[in-house]
Design a protein around this ligand. Structure first.
Ligand code: 0PR
Length: 389
């Protein structure tokens, strides 16, 4: 540490220099991220309220009430009524909270198990490791949809939780939530939906008349949903969210913190100190965009997604492994050869997509920062690469 502090100008100069290494969303190269640039109003509001701490909600009663209001509003967007919810550091924390709930609600099970598709996000492996839960992974079929019979066969007397994904990390697909609901019906199994990515796109796709399978609280068996503002919600990093149908869960298994300056409080979170600014910013983002604003953003992403799909279908040697439901597009080889060489060549040309070796696919996420011109350049390069393989 320096003896004397630096002048602001010098600090800004140093940071500019050091952060040159970082990529920018607007560079056009980032085609594999699920995050994007938040809208300006969100950034402004976040900076204004940066010191609010919901780890001690009694000190920030206004912010706490605003969080409640926002969660109810989002619960309604997700087909529920009087939904309670809370904002997290992201989807991983929300999924960890959900698995903890599943385990805690079934103290009678000595060796708890959770059934989930193999395509579920790695955060469930982390959560299971921390909570000592055994994961039972459901196989996928050739078209990357889950094998529902396999799902059913994995449910047993030790199953405390079932997971469905609405917007898979690799392909943006939506699991058959109603069918999973039927399988676990009447079995006292907690049913959690991971819509970390899909949560803030599926309701708007429905408005825009895209085909969207049922995935939310409108399916009666669904107990909780993860949905992240910092993905398609255009929110500030970090903002994730967990939404619950049953209000009594917080009282039943929340952690009680007795010594807070603002007074006793109960929460389901892993973190203690918790940003209020990101939540206030998301409240403002939702108010500012409204349904129409979100529809517009999603329409643009889907137009670009259609363009990308069309171009990929015209390129020999590669294909789309599964029909995209949302703005996530997989690319795989026509003859089943590894995508690693294509991925390497793309990286050499500064294209930053995602590679999923277990499914042999390259993933493009057509986020709001992705422009059609970027996709055109990307596809032109992809064409050259595949021609020379
Ligand atoms: N659930 C799903 C379905 C996800 O796709 C993710 C993250 C999570 C949960 C966990 O969310 P947090 O990362 O907020 O804890 N999916 C992205 C992924 O793994 C995360 C990501 C984001 C990766 C931006 C790269 C990136 O540039 O692809």
């Amino acid at each position: 540490m320096l003896e004397d502090g630096l002048e602001k100008q010098e600090i800004l100069r140093l940071l500019d220099e050091k952060l040159k290494l970082d990529m920018r969303y607007d560079s056009g190269s980032i085609l594999g991220s699920m995050c994007t640039e938040p809208i300006n109003l969100g950034i402004e509001i976040y900076t204004k309220y940066v010191s609010k701490n919901l780890g001690d909600p009694g000190l920030f009663l206004g912010t706490a009430a605003l969080e409640e209001e926002l969660a109810t509003e989002i619960g309604e967007l997700f087909g529920g009524k009087n939904i309670i919810g809370s904002f997290t550091t992201g989807g991983s924390e929300a999924n960890l909270i959900a698995l903890r709930i599943a385990k805690k609600l079934r103290p009678d099970i000595k060796k708890p198990e959770v059934v989930l598709p193999i395509s579920a996000h790695i955060s469930f492996d982390k959560a299971a490791d921390i909570l000592d839960i055994k994961l039972r992974k459901v196989k996928l079929q050739n078209d990357f949809s889950i094998n529902i019979n396999h799902f059913e066969s994995l449910v047993n007397k030790n199953t405390c939780g079932a997971i469905g994904v609405a917007g898979t990390t690799s392909l943006g697909l939506v699991d058959p939530i109603e069918e999973i609901g039927e399988i676990i019906s009447g079995k006292d199994i907690f049913f959690h939906i991971d819509a970390a990515f899909g949560g803030f796109i599926l309701p708007f796709l429905k408005n825009l008349n895209f085909t969207t399978p049922p995935w939310d609280f409108s399916v009666e068996h669904v107990d909780s949903i993860t949905a992240d503002p910092h993905k398609m919600g255009m929110g500030i990093i970090p903002t994730g969210g967990i939404f619950l149908r049953d209000k009594s869960i917080l009282q039943k298994i929340g952690f009680e913190i007795p010594y807070l300056a603002g007074g006793i409080s109960k929460h389901l979170h892993i973190v203690g100190t918790r940003p209020g600014g990101t939540i206030i910013a998301f409240w403002a983002i939702i108010k500012s965009l409204g349904i129409k604003g979100f529809n517009k953003i999603i329409q643009k992403c889907m137009d670009n997604t259609s363009y990308l799909i069309k171009r990929i279908r015209e390129i020999q040697g590669i294909k789309i492994p599964a029909k995209p439901v949302m703005n996530v597009v997989g690319i795989t080889t026509e003859n089943g050869e590894s995508v690693c060489e294509i991925d390497e060549q793309l990286r050499k040309r500064n294209w930053l997509t995602g590679k999923f070796e277990e499914f042999n696919l390259i993933r493009v996420v057509v986020m709001p920062h992705v422009q059609k011109a970027h996709l055109k350049n990307f596809c032109d390069d992809l064409e050259k690469i595949t021609q020379n393989l």
